[in-house]
Ligand binder design. Structure first.
Ligand SMILES: C[S@@+](CC[C@H](N)C(=O)[O-])C[C@H]1O[C@@H](n2cnc3c(N)ncnc32)[C@H](O)[C@@H]1O
Length: 292
């Protein structure tokens, strides 16, 4: 029988000592990459059903499926990192923060919605004891919002966040409120893009260099033409020192606005010479790293 000394392979214990190869911006153990079956790496996301577990509800018109922040956080944050969502809405991303053990800061313009989101988030178990904070305000306000973000970050023991999520309203598709600062109420696309750019300006100093910003947005029709709103917003982000890492196309199943109206929309599409929107984009940008 051979002793270990005479074998070419090192003893098993030695192999196990090998340092773990971990991604620089996530908890994914790259030595066991085959085991992460839940993590999507393709650019086409067909999500058949909304995750309705935990505190997630689908009652807020315009919320995204929890799978979007889930995927973004699993790939681009580590446990204990802080996530900043500048358009919090009903609180989906902060509920995911609690489930995944990431601190979360969300900004929402509508006070009553911010309150509802706070209650909903509190209804989600907090096994990692992380801090979630909902700020009521205008994300594009460069005077008032940065100090509020700084203060919230300090409570999580940080000066910067490790992931930014932006799910802005699509200009004029769903009007979220009558508030003058509401992006959905902008009088034209130029104003919408300028305001959206201001939001990117506000959040950028609070994102750690080399970390990710995720933008969830779709296109729209305006005056019988396809308006590539998603790509215009993409350009606003890229103009501010971000590199584009991926454009994911995500399906829109059961679009509430069009539910039960499929035949009418199909007829209109055939008459008008257009295609019915069935997708939106989830765009991933990295701050400050061109070739990383
Ligand atoms: C598309 S929804 C976000 C939905 C959210 N991802 C969710 O899952 O509930 C956009 C949200 O941005 C809010 N909003 C619009 N303008 C804003 C602004 N200037 N600052 C902060 N929030 C704003 C709207 O009230 C709306 O709730």
């Amino acid at each position: 029988m051979k002793s270990y000394d005479s074998m070419s392979d090192p003893p098993l214990e030695k192999k196990a000592d090998k340092p773990k190869k971990v991604s620089p911006f996530s908890d994914i153990d790259l030595g066991r990459w085959r085991e992460y079956e839940d993590i999507i790496t393709d650019s086409l996301w067909l999500i058949p059903e909304r995750d309705r577990s935990g505190a997630h509800l689908a009652d807020y018109h315009g919320n995204f499926v929890p799978q979007i922040p889930y995927q973004a956080m699993r790939r681009f944050t580590k446990q204990g990192d802080t996530v900043l969502d500048a358009f919090l809405g009903s609180g989906t991303s902060l509920i995911e923060c609690r489930r995944l053990g990431r601190h979360g800061i969300g900004i929402e313009l509508k006070p009553e919605l911010a309150q509802q989101a706070t209650e909903r988030i509190a209804g989600q178990e907090n096994p990692y004891n992380i801090i979630t904070q909902v700020l009521t305000g205008d994300s594009s306000d460069s005077a008032r919002t940065p100090p509020a973000i700084s203060k919230a970050l300090k409570k999580t023991g940080k000066t910067q966040a490790q992931l930014v999520i932006l799910h802005p309203p699509y200009h004029s598709i769903i009007k979220f409120s009558d508030l003058a600062e509401d992006l959905s109420g902008c009088r034209d696309v130029e104003t919408f893009l300028r305001k959206f750019g201001q939001v990117v300006d506000v959040v950028t100093p609070f994102l750690e260099d080399g970390r990710f910003l995720v933008l969830v947005i779709g296109d729209m029709y305006a005056e019988k033409e396809w308006m590539p709103l998603g790509f215009h917003c993409m350009q606003e982000v890229m103009n501010r020192g971000y590199s584009l890492k991926s454009i994911v196309v995500k399906d829109m199943q059961n679009n509430r606005a069009k539910r039960n109206l499929e035949n009418i929309w199909r007829y209109r599409a055939l008459v008008g010479g257009f295609y019915i929107f069935k997708h939106e984009y989830v765009m991933f940008f990295r701050k400050g790293k061109r070739n990383g």
